[in-house]
Design a protein around this ligand. Sequence first.
Ligand SMILES: [Zn+2]
Length: 125
Amino acid sequence: MDFKVVERSPFARIARIVLKSKNVAMVLGKSIHLSGVSREVFLKDEGWVAHELCHIRQFREHGYLRFLWLYLLESMRVGYYNNKYEVEARLEGMKHRRHMSPALRAASTIEPTDAPLPADTRREE
Ligand SMILES: [Zn+2]
């Protein structure tokens, strides 16, 4: 899939500070904006990459502004965790984890932040 990774993104940095997350990966169109995590570490995390690639596909399927709007509406309706776009991305991100131990799985969970955008954080030990 056609995508770009932006390290030390000011957008992701604002989200990270406001949300008090250690790391943020935020998708805007075809770009994955990172803050608090390097491109190298991010790309090594197969599950995290699959999760964010799913958001890129959602942007492509629905259109840039329309997807941002649908994402916001969905979050207001059911909350961030149950947002159907996050549920879909979460399932994508878990396909690779069948062989992991439950502890490792829990430690590498990708969770949506409370941002009105598809921005996620990786829970760390
Ligand atoms: Zn997400």
